[in-house]
Write a protein that binds this ligand. Structure first.
Ligand SMILES: Nc1ncnc2c1ncn2[C@@H]1O[C@H](COP(=O)(O)OP(=O)(O)OP(=O)(O)O)[C@@H](O)[C@H]1O
Ligand SMILES: [Mg+2]
Length: 220
């Protein structure tokens, strides 16, 4: 069984003055241990698709199944906490928390004791090749590539099986992009994560195992 399945999903943004159909009958299935790149021109529905897979909303039609269970029958908050972690282009670290505290945050939310969470955070920093001495620094003291590695460590701290990333290398130079992509590929291939990356970058798409192309809300 695939870890994540998008089944006949359509999505329409509605506001008082307009509606926009962002996804039209999209069906996809995703396996563990694999890196997927979702590409397509601006406005083709990539972020919308990722947002539904992240449990930020439910499809207007169709369903998203995680481990065979529809997100419409789950508590979405619980789903977001335990099933699918998201990595953003702009990192979204908490500026007033140290690097270690940022990574500890989801573990403490999940009820882990601070001491244990700190130990785990240091191990995760090592996993994404961040020096231990950064533990007590603040996000603003790190480069973009380093901040993105913190964001990946924080996502890993959630212990989900699915990692979703929306343009994770969009703010990075090519050396840092390559480095982030290598970490994401290793996580899939060595630790069996299902990694789904929205990207405009052809080199990211090329380095992934499977490329999904979108156009005007549909899979090409
Ligand atoms: N909050 C919103 N309200 C109304 N329409 C929206 C909203 N967000 C996105 N859309 C529309 O839905 C369509 C798909 O948008 P989406 O953000 O998923 O595209 P994208 O492929 O991620 O684009 P980009 O590459 O520019 O990030 C677009 O036509 C967009 O204008
Ligand atoms: Mg987008």
């Amino acid at each position: 069984m695939s870890i994540l399945e998008v089944r006949n999903v359509s999505y329409t943004y509605r506001s008082s003055y307009q509606t926009a159909q962002a996804l039209k009958n999209v069906s996809l299935s995703f396996e563990a241990g694999t890196v997927y790149a979702v590409t397509g021109k601006s406005g083709s529905g990539k972020t919308t698709l990722l947002s539904l897979m992240a449990g930020l909303d439910l499809p207007s039609e169709g369903e998203i199944l995680c481990g065979g269970v529809s997100t419409s029958s789950m508590d979405l908050q619980e789903y977001r906490r335990t099933k699918a972690a998201v990595i953003y282009q702009s990192f979204r670290l908490l500026p007033l928390l140290t690097i270690a505290e940022n990574i500890m945050f989801p573990m403490e939310l999940a009820g882990m004791k601070p001491k244990e969470a700190k130990k785990e955070a240091l191990a995760l920093m090592k996993r994404v090749a961040l020096p231990k001495k950064y533990a007590n620094r603040f996000p603003a003291m790190l480069s973009g590539g380093e901040q993105q590695r913190v964001a990946i460590a924080r996502a890993l701290a959630m212990r989900t099986e699915i990692l979703l990333a929306d343009e994770p290398t969009g703010n990075l130079d090519s050396a840092n992009s390559e480095n982030i992509m290598k970490i994401l590929c290793d996580l899939a291939h060595e630790e069996n994560y299902c990694v789904i990356i929205v990207t405009h970058d052809p080199s990211i798409a090329e380095a992934s195992d499977c490329v999904i192309r979108m156009n005007d809300g549909e899979i090409v």
